[in-house]
Write a protein that binds this ligand. Sequence first.
Ligand code: AMP
Ligand code: FE
Ligand code: FE
Ligand code: ZN
Length: 281
Amino acid sequence: MIDLHTHSTCSDGTETPRQLINNALIHGLTTIALTDHDSIAGWSQATGALRGTLEVVLGAEISCLTLDGVSVHMLGLLFDGTNPEMIRMLADTRDSRVPRMVKMIELLNAAGYEITMEDIEAVKPVGATLGRPHLADALVAKKYISSRDEAFKGLLNNDSPYYVAHMAPTPEVAIAQIRKAGGVAVIAHPFASHRGEILDASNFDALVAAGLNAIEVDHRDHSASERGMLRTIARDLDLVITGSSDYHGTGKLNALGENSTDPGEWARLESLADARRVVKL
Ligand code: AMP
Ligand code: FE
Ligand code: FE
Ligand code: ZN
């Protein structure tokens, strides 16, 4: 079973890269991609933990913003992790997440929530890409809410008055950068509408022109009809179709391998990278 989208403690997952690899073996996965938000910090630990016949696909989930302010997540897989422009793009986004969090804290403080950056640092793994899930964990620790899920249904939702966006590349810039670094670009959960505003079908032409390779169709945040629409778009634009769990450990309900990618689709996607970078023993 092939799962092309997971998170570790290097972003908002709750398992270390080593634990994630061990869990993948327990769940009988054959291929797992590590795709932390705006970070490749987990790559070396994941590679070092490799055992048996499991294959690891190193990647990252890049936070993007369209010129209209729509949040888009772009999975970059199999890119060269030493590419300087790629490293800079990821670092710039991580850096901008700090002032963004300060602004969200200020808005929450003004509304009476007593929360500080220190509270967030106390619950965030060292080195992890800072995100709203860590703010949610701090609010849980202070008993304002009971779970991350509750936070994302209200207080920290994209439509909430406390939401602030951070700086991010456009999807087209991210795709071009992933491809320049030799990797493949997969748009993550494009029709996950409950998160906020989403792209519409007409936006995909520009993404294909920028070099998009695949659409993540089978994802828990897509309904059957959304999957159907995305399959049609993928077929029309000759894009690879993927499926994945978007596993976050106990940070989200998603179970490892709950959605997966067809082996033929994966073979086609892997062949589009500029070098054979799947890691196996
Ligand atoms: P940010 O990148 O800081 O804007 O935070 C967005 C992140 O929150 C995404 O990576 C999601 O994985 C995570 N997220 C969204 N909804 C939920 C949820 N219901 N429970 C836990 N995490 C969530
Ligand atoms: Fe996440
Ligand atoms: Fe995502
Ligand atoms: Zn994700």
